[in-house]
Design a protein around this ligand. Sequence first.
Ligand SMILES: Cc1ncc(COP(=O)(O)O)c(C=O)c1O
Length: 422
Amino acid sequence: MQYENSISFARRMDRNDPLRSFRNQFHIPKVNGKPALYFAGNSLGLQPRSTKKFLNDELDDWAALGVEGHLHARRPWLYYHKLSKKALARLVGAKTSEVVAMNQLTVNLHLMMVSFYQPDVKRFKIITEGGAFPSDQYALETQIRFHGFDPAEALIELTPRDGEHTLRTSDILAAIERHGDQAALILLGGVHYYTGQYFNLKKITEAGHQAGAVVGFDLAHAVGNVVLDLHRNAIDFAVWCSYKYLNSGPGAIAGAFVHEKHAQRFDLPRFAGWWGHNENERFQMKKGFKPMAGIDGWQLSNVPIFQSAAHLASLEIFQQAGIKNLRRKSLLLTGYLDFLLREIDSCENDFEIITPSVPEERGCQLSILFRKNGKKVFDRLTKAGIIADWREPDVIRVAPVPLYNRFEDVFLFAQKLRNSIT
Ligand SMILES: Cc1ncc(COP(=O)(O)O)c(C=O)c1O
């Protein structure tokens, strides 16, 4: 793509964008009475206009039916978790029996590790990325302690080479091989929350399996952002949240994937609840847990209907747009941001883009590391009507989201950034 640094070029790109009408399906927040330039979809996605209707349907059905809504609501509550399966399966490249919406992300991570982190004296290590999101770090640390091991010894955190910001795939693979005979679990983010690096899930999974380890991913920053192929990549398990790119609202219901190869592994340790029990006899209130096959057997509780209604509203939009089309636009949109940032005269003195420059190694987010005055620049941008994301100590994360961001937004961001630096 031959990009141009002009508003007319950006507007032309918007006019030719086959997905441009999707922006109208979202509420765009306002700053000082004007639509904000919203680049924080990697933190909290915007509200679809349809969400209110989905929630109101459930409020109305609850008002009209009370407990009868479990069977007689428009979308009967008893089976609600089944309604999101098709769209989730398409988003992450899975079978419907491999995915379910449930709980919150960190809860799901723990549930998966209960089943898939089974350390013994020989194999007890977990390989992960250094500087993982704190909740993941805490989950890993406490799971290791729970099994009586010492995180200082059992947790292998991979860090970039000196002078580099992101991990080389070859270094990840080499580390897996090096620790191979002691590695019980490889657990990485799909897209790193801080640097925006999109890891090579396929190669990492192959290397992990070669070493005899289980491989799982936290897809918080990957789902709805990049095209995933969890089933074909033979990934053992994955977890994600849906308040970022999946636009399902603050504290929204999370998701989980367990590969079909584990569907009948009733021998795996797990923490159970009644929603994971054989659904044909769930209400017989009998003793003795009999898990359902597949991911459904990891469910604990009955479905939170309001969160799930908001989730369905958003997933419907993904079904209409198609994740491959979104990714195609995303590559162009983030490519344009990258181009414009590099056009800023003083760029090398003031900041550095730490996200990989190769488009296939990143999602939509670019992380801009400031050499000086980063927070000041961020505050000026905020005043200028930009909603982005500041991460201590010195990074602004900017995520142009293909569902609702325009090329014009990206152009204006770069212009405002240039003005905020000087
Ligand atoms: C990579 C990653 N892991 C875990 C979490 C925490 O998720 P939750 O609060 O939904 O458990 C987040 C939240 O932003 C995240 O980005």
